[in-house]
Design a protein around this ligand. Sequence first.
Ligand SMILES: NC(=O)c1ccc[n+]([C@@H]2O[C@H](COP(=O)([O-])OP(=O)(O)OC[C@H]3O[C@@H](n4cnc5c(N)ncnc54)[C@H](OP(=O)(O)O)[C@@H]3O)[C@@H](O)[C@H]2O)c1
Length: 275
Amino acid sequence: MVGRDLSDALAARDEEFVALTRSDLDITDSRRVNAVIGEHAPSVIVNCAAYTKVDQAETEENVANAINGSSVELLAASANTAGALLVHISSDFVFDGASRVPYDVTDATAPLSSYGHSKLLGEHAASHAEKYLIVRSSWLFGVHGPNFVEAIRNQIRLGTNPLRVVADQRGRPTYTPHLAEAILRLARLAHDSSVARGIVHYADADECSWFDFACAIAEESGADATIKPVTTDEFPRPARRPAYSVLSTERYERLTGVAPKSWRDGLREYLTLRH
Ligand SMILES: NC(=O)c1ccc[n+]([C@@H]2O[C@H](COP(=O)([O-])OP(=O)(O)OC[C@H]3O[C@@H](n4cnc5c(N)ncnc54)[C@H](OP(=O)(O)O)[C@@H]3O)[C@@H](O)[C@H]2O)c1
């Protein structure tokens, strides 16, 4: 999802880039990672690859750790050899969600799930690059992958009534083209100056619950759906989710001088593109 939107954003800006799919480069293959990075000699490497099946990770912890953790060590080592900046994407799931104020980049991490744990391993691995930028984001939706917006639209199409959606988890939905733009902006700054490196949060404005998000999806789609708020306990899933995973984007705003875009505007664009 993010990789394709990032490629589109780079193409639109006439930047020189190489976009690789899993079949071009399996990031768990150290020999290939070194060969491909050696061949292209990039000045910036953006790792959009990840194991993203949050619930499945509970039973596939080793696979999740290999892709989200160990592979990032390979990328960091290869970035150092190439003298490149490594940009790595991470997640709100590195936090436990016990806070009641937005998570800052310096706040302590404490993942609740195997997926969250694997993403934290990836952050530690990325920090072994001499030049690194970790962009944490949350609740992504975009046209190039399965996401919450599509799940809700499918339920509405199927006539599920009422539609039960969790109302006690809060976060910041983020439209992937908005994240792609933020990554480009941050990568440019981090490439040029060490002051802009380290961890940065980017998420769209403003915070809401999954229930609020579902209501907005129905409203913007012009669908006449009855949506019922439920609690996390009424909706058990294999992986525990943080109850409050609102990311503070203060550092992003300070570094770039730009405010995050609105997820509601992103949702409107998404629905237009889907039509
Ligand atoms: N989705 C969210 O809500 C969310 C929230 C916060 C952060 N993030 C993070 O954002 C980043 C991008 O997520 P996304 O939603 O764009 O994920 P996505 O759509 O699932 O894309 C992940 C890509 O990684 C590829 N991949 C998996 N294993 C690989 C390997 N060994 N080598 C090379 N490629 C591999 C996948 O290929 P296959 O499809 O062939 O497996 C897929 O194309 C990830 O780091 C994710 O953890 C996501």
